[in-house]
Design a protein around this ligand. Structure first.
Ligand SMILES: *Cc1c(COP(=O)(O)O)cnc(C)c1O
Length: 500
């Protein structure tokens, strides 16, 4: 299958799109078409393991990879590094609501679903394109992508991984997970700014010719492990199909019956994969786009105006503290009937004026598919507390935002059909805030994260993941801090390795 840039001026094979990450015209690669999964194809998934389901979906898009090659990759990626053979198990919350648990991988957040696979895709893509230089992965993280990318690429031959995270914008556990990472080819750098600053800086490096040349002199070529890379998106499509197959398998729905998905959203990568699954024929009625107080997407879906002229808030769901959602560009491309010129115009307006607007007709098309809701920290805490009291199920703050948005959708519409809350992180990654929510606290506690995790375990009976406990013993290996301008970030990538 070919891939087109959303800005209309580039074209690639699947392996080229994965290697490059971002298109040379600044756009994002999208598949030329959405392969159709018929009801019989959906039925075939029901009896399969997660790696087998992944193989079926991936081969629809990655036609310059051999099926046997894909099968080997999915088997390796979704094996023993996950703490359950189900990989992405579905938990029944009540008679019409399920949680799709995507945090059973090594770093306890949904980013593992893609980043355990991406290094294999990247290595194979390099081979297919005779790329012998070191593939230098640059990552901007709002907290979870960084660690997942580091774990995925750590000591993978022919690659290196440099992560930029907002210095004061991640949870204690998230920061410790990153700065204790081992491996000869990893680098972790704190940026004096927020996630948007880090992401803007990384994007600027990708389009900086002088920087690319200096990298080439060092024998290195850039790629991305952020969800701008199609190689990040395609593994995420899989779990929507997998959840549906599990609902059918359990008898909760009939084959062909439609369901809703509620997705906690930041960079729009997770929910975009759900949209792609829907375009492929998965019976999805509504995709519920859930935002925290940084509700730029809620406003966009309600008004058609995307505007970054707003205050940036730090919330208890930090992985969603984002004002510029990169992957929305891919949805806009479909909403604009694949008119790359129009997308290029909107993205220029966003860059120059901080906003763009879509017309009424396109907004209606979007509203048919998406419902947008949001929850501030107070509502998020209440959702964590109510969920635990009423159902005994413990959720993290990101998942709680989606739970709250689903509640809002159901109250507004009366649509109570089966719904899946996409559960994106282990509550132990945010133990301090989850504990305070259960205790009816209103502030983010400054208590020691490990003490909170232990208390949370005692109070709820949910076992603490061993990865959290192990963090205490591990030495801090990365201490580099840099200013938020691209020049400083470039320097940090080019200088000799600083890790101990
Ligand atoms: C990254 C992340 C999100 C947001 O996902 P996007 O693909 O950026 O929309 C939500 N929850 C958690 C825990 C995350 O790590």
């Amino acid at each position: 299958m070919s891939f087109f840039s959303t800005r209309g001026r580039a074209y690639a094979t699947a392996s080229q799109a994965i290697l490059a990450g971002i298109a040379p015209d600044g756009g994002l690669y999208v598949p030329a078409m959405f392969p159709r999964m018929e009801l019989k194809d959906l039925a075939a998934l029901v009896g399969m393991s997660y790696p087998q389901r992944a193989t079926q979906i991936l081969r629809q898009f990655l036609d310059d990879f051999r099926p046997a090659e894909i099968e080997e990759m999915t088997r390796k990626a979704y094996g023993e590094r996950f703490d359950t053979p189900a990989v992405a198990p579905l938990h029944r919350i009540d008679g019409s609501t399920w949680a799709l648990e995507l945090f059973h991988g090594p770093t306890l957040a949904f980013k593992d679903m893609a980043l355990q696979l991406l290094p294999y895709l990247m290595a194979a893509s390099a081979r297919k394109n005779s790329e012998n230089r070191e593939i230098s992965i640059l990552v901007a993280t709002s907290g979870d992508t960084g660690k997942a990318a580091l774990e995925g690429f750590r000591d993978v031959p022919g690659t290196s991984c440099t992560v930029f995270y907002p210095k004061d914008g991640v949870s204690d556990i998230q920061r410790l997970q990153m700065v204790t990472t081992g491996g000869e080819n990893t680098r972790v750098i704190a940026v004096e700014g927020n996630f948007d600053d880090a992401q803007t800086g990384v994007k600027a490096l990708f389009s900086d010719e002088a920087f690319r040349e200096k990298m080439a002199e060092q024998g290195r070529v850039l790629s991305s492990a952020n969800s701008i890379n199609f190689g990040r998106l395609v593994p995420q499509i899989v779990y929507y199909f997998s959840a549906y197959a599990d609902l059918v398998a359990s008898g909760a729905i009939q084959q062909g019956e439609s369901v809703n998905f509620a997705v906690p959203t930041g960079n729009f990568g997770d929910i975009l994969a759900g949209f792609y699954a829907r375009e492929m024929g998965l019976p999805v009625h509504k995709l519920i786009c859930a935002s925290n107080r940084n509700n730029v997407l809620t406003d966009f879906f309600r008004t058609g105006l995307y505007s970054t002229h707003r205050v940036f808030f730090k919330t208890i769901s930090p992985s969603m503290d984002i004002l510029v959602s990169s992957n929305l560009e891919r949805l806009l491309y479909e909403a604009a009937d694949r008119d790359g010129e129009l997308i290029a115009l909107w993205m220029r307006q966003l860059k120059e004026n901080g906003s763009y607007a879509v017309d009424q007709q396109r907004l209606e098309w979007l509203s048919d598919i998406f419902f947008a809701g949001c929850a501030d920290d107070k509502e998020t805490r209440r959702e964590i507390r109510d969920m635990f009291r009423q159902t005994g199920y413990l959720i993290d703050p990101h998942t709680a935002v989606a739970g709250a948005a689903l509640g809002e959708y159901r109250r507004n519409t009366g649509d109570n059909r089966p719904a899946v809350i996409v559960s994106t992180a282990s509550p132990y990654k945010f133990a301090a805030d989850v504990l305070s929510a259960l205790e009816e606290g209103e502030d983010s506690p400054s208590r020691d994260a490990f003490a909170c995790a232990r208390t949370l375990e005692a109070r709820t009976g949910y076992p603490m993941p061993p990865q959290v406990l192990a963090l205490r013993e591990q030495p801090i290996r990365h201490t580099r801090v840099c200013a938020k301008d691209p020049a400083a970030m470039a320097e940090a990538v080019l200088e000799p390795s600083q890790s101990a």
